[in-house]
Design a protein around this ligand. Structure first.
Ligand code: ADP
Ligand code: MG
Length: 309
């Protein structure tokens, strides 16, 4: 069953089309991923869904409430991209404050704070001032503050930026657990591996538009005829692009410093040509490895760009 539907959503800032005619729906109890590079329009979509940003055009329909968000906002929990924490309050006090805004008090409030602390793995540092936390702990606390009131819809905007692997794993597992406990989740990220790992359905965005949508298997099937060579060279030459693009079977080439990503049709035998073209230009290949299709391949194939620079 549908939880939320977005139709022809648009946001213009002057002459910037931050969100440019976006359509998608989210089913109940699924993790819906918005995957795209910085500036794609993910946070703007989130802002419009929660009613913080006025939309220029389009519709946002909450199936459960006949399209009304007012009076229903307490059913949403937002984990914003920028921390929303009081740095001079402890972890416990932060959660208590945010949860109390939803009307919880006394024993019920304490129980919820307790559970949220435990859920994000911060019980042992509950009394510590949040300003002294590591990046990963701040991210986890940011999440605890958004979920203590058990919202039906949890929106997480790039919740794993700048954190240690342990906190990242903790957050990713927590998101899956929240879904398994019955929440519906919108998860935005520019890390394709984690979106691939946890999301039930994914919309890939670029320049304010959705360029592909579906589950991970479907998205990868769009490029099932392609693989990527990931090549490291030791000196950059301005004509790398041109010298690889001219090879029959090569689809898209992206060069970032000494790293080249080159998608090619599986049936074609392009490796010899790649090596010979590069050597002819005195470019030394330090490493070359074959990658099977991932969401990165999908993005590269659809946009001719890398998802992450
Ligand atoms: P993402 O979250 O995917 O990184 P954003 O939604 O933050 O992308 O931004 C989408 C585009 O809209 C970007 O080009 C950004 O610079 C622009 N933008 C976002 N907020 C504003 C604003 N308040 N005023 C003008 N431009 C904005
Ligand atoms: Mg953003």
């Amino acid at each position: 069953m549908k939880f939320l539907e977005v139709k022809n959503l648009c946001k213009e800032y002057g002459n910037i089309n931050a969100v440019d005619g976006v359509d998608f729906f989210i089913n109940k109890k699924e993790i819906f991923g918005l995957l795209g590079p910085n500036g794609a329009g993910k946070s703007t979509i989130i802002g419009m869904i929660i009613g913080l940003i006025n939309l220029t055009k389009g519709e946002i329909i909450f199936e459960e409430t006949n399209n009304k968000i007012n009076g229903w906002k307490e059913n949403i929990g937002l984990v914003p991209q920028d921390f929303a924490l009081y740095w001079d309050l402890s972890a416990e006090e932060n959660i208590k404050f945010f949860c109390s805004l939803y009307g919880f008090k006394g024993e019920e409030l304490n129980r919820r704070v307790e559970r949220a602390l435990e859920f994000v793995g911060l019980s042992s540092v509950r009394k510590k001032i949040s300003g002294q936390f590591s990046g990963g702990m701040k991210r986890r606390l940011n999440m605890a503050c958004a979920i203590a009131h058990t919202p039906k819809l949890i929106i997480m905007d790039e919740p794993t930026v700048g954190i240690d692997p342990q906190s990242r794993n903790h957050i990713l597992n927590s998101v899956k657990q929240l879904r398994n406990e019955g929440s519906t989740i919108i998860y935005t990220s520019h890390y394709m591996e984690e979106v691939d790992d946890i999301c039930d359905r994914i919309a890939i965005m670029d320049h304010g538009k959705i360029i592909a949508e579906g589950n991970s298997e479907y998205l990868k099937s769009l490029v099932s005829d392609q693989n990527i060579y990931s090549i490291t060279i030791n000196n950059k030459s301005c004509d790398v692009l041109e010298c690889l693009n001219s090879i029959t079977g090569v689809e898209k080439v992206v060069v970032n410093d000494n790293e080249i990503k080159c998608s090619y049709l599986k049936e074609s035998n392009v490796i010899e040509q790649i090596v010979s073209n590069l050597s002819k230009r005195n470019i030394i290949i330090e490493n070359i490895k074959n990658e099977t299709p991932s969401l990165e391949t999908v993005f590269l194939s659809l946009t001719g760009k890398k998802l992450r620079d």
